[in-house]
Design a protein around this ligand. Structure first.
Ligand SMILES: [Zn+2]
Ligand SMILES: [Zn+2]
Length: 381
């Protein structure tokens, strides 16, 4: 009866209506094509968002191999709520929102408020459908993989679960907000929630892309005394120093590890890897200090081989920790990062470069070659 009441209220502009919308379709050829897409009706608990901008992160590139193509990707949106259906909590039409990662809301970990541990987060992110198997977007009258991270926000409109939304101030530039919901949330949350770096602490950040630089900035805010940025690109290391790193080590140089040992003879107590490089992991486990923690946000490829000596780790009483989504709740970490940004402590603008939707392939290639740290796609008005 309840469903009948909801669904029967769809008039011409109501929830039953499909919307024609411009978006980027990820193709089997490996690139994006700007296409006219059709966005279907809302389901109860969802909001329709007018997407203003969407960040691009490494997961979008990896999704070309993980999601059935063609697909509508994009998982870091900022936009305005146009319409809601059913119970959307405190989300209302007209709200400016960031759209972060999805969670089911019904599993035990969601019940405990640990949304990053949601049992269904993989399916919600990568199945290319809602949990009930439906696909919100069609292209040329065929359903395409959508509901990517339950948003598929490389399109001017998106149907998203209200529980993924974070209300934010409408005065904040959209390219700043769109940089946050996945990659920066991960790097920042890894420092505050997983490594728990505190005043006077010592840490090393392996890889200074968007995730690593968010970690550097957050470690500085946390008051870490030593922040060692490690990368193979001198320009990234220079930027790391400007954003708060106290030491910069180019692992391309032959004596990189000796430099670290010279400066930190006791080893480094907190290490975050953002590279997924087997060589980086081997080095991290050699230079980790007693009682130290090595955390990682991605892993080496299944085909990569490397050596871990559990006994050496045991002797140092060191531990390894996986980090998913920064161990962070978006409704806490995103406002926190924006507060730091407004205080001038978290200069996201140093990382971001904006691209209009029609240049999304340039954004992807600039990101892949390292020319752009954090691409943000701006949707047409
Ligand atoms: Zn869940
Ligand atoms: Zn991401």
């Amino acid at each position: 009866m309840w469903h009948w009441r909801i669904w029967s209220c769809g008039g011409h502009h109501g929830p039953m209506t499909s919307h024609e919308v411009l978006g980027a379709l990820a193709l089997t050829t490996g690139g994006y094509s700007i296409e006219s897409l059709s966005l279907g009706p809302l389901q109860p608990g969802e909001a329709r968002i007018r997407v203003r901008a969407a960040g691009m992160c490494r997961t979008d590139a990896e999704a070309f191999h993980m999601v059935a193509l063609p697909a509508v990707l994009g998982h870091e949106a900022v936009g305005d709520v146009l319409e809601t259906l059913g119970d959307c909590g405190d989300i209302e039409v007209g709200d400016r929102v960031a759209v972060s990662y999805p969670s089911c809301g019904t599993c035990p970990e969601c019940g405990r408020g640990r949304l990053w541990l949601c049992e269904r987060n993989w399916a919600l992110s990568f199945d290319g459908t809602r949990l009930d198997g439906s696909k919100p977007i069609t292209w040329q009258n065929q359903e395409v993989s959508s509901a990517f991270f339950q948003q598929s926000s490389f399109a001017a409109l998106a149907n998203v679960p209200a529980r993924s939304l974070v209300k934010i101030g409408a005065h904040i530039p959209v390219d700043i907000v769109a940089a946050l919901p996945c990659g920066l949330l991960t790097g920042s949350g890894a420092v505050t929630n997983v490594l728990e770096i505190s005043e006077g602490g010592c840490c090393a950040i392996l890889g200074t892309g968007a995730v690593g630089l968010a970690a550097v900035m957050t470690a500085r805010i946390a008051g870490a005394a030593d922040i060692v940025a490690i990368d193979i690109h001198d320009d990234r290391l220079k930027l790391s120093r400007e954003l708060g790193a106290t030491h910069a080590v180019n692992v391309g140089s032959a004596d990189a590890e000796a430099q670290i040992r010279d400066q930190f003879p006791q080893g480094i107590s907190h290490i975050l890897d953002t590279t997924g490089s087997a060589q980086a992991w081997e080095m991290a486990l050699r230079v980790i200090g007693r009682g130290g923690t090595f955390a990682f946000v991605t892993t080496p490829e299944p085909v990569e081989m490397f050596t871990v000596s559990p006994f050496e780790l045991f002797l140092k009483v060191a531990s390894m920790k996986s980090v998913l989504l920064g161990g962070a709740n978006p409704r806490e970490q995103i406002p926190l990062m924006l507060q730091w940004w407004s205080q001038g402590q978290f200069p996201i603008e140093r990382l971001v470069r904006s691209y209009p939707l029609e240049d999304i392939n340039d954004a992807a290639s600039d990101s892949a070659c390292g020319r752009t740290i954090k691409p943000v796609i701006i949707m047409p008005d």
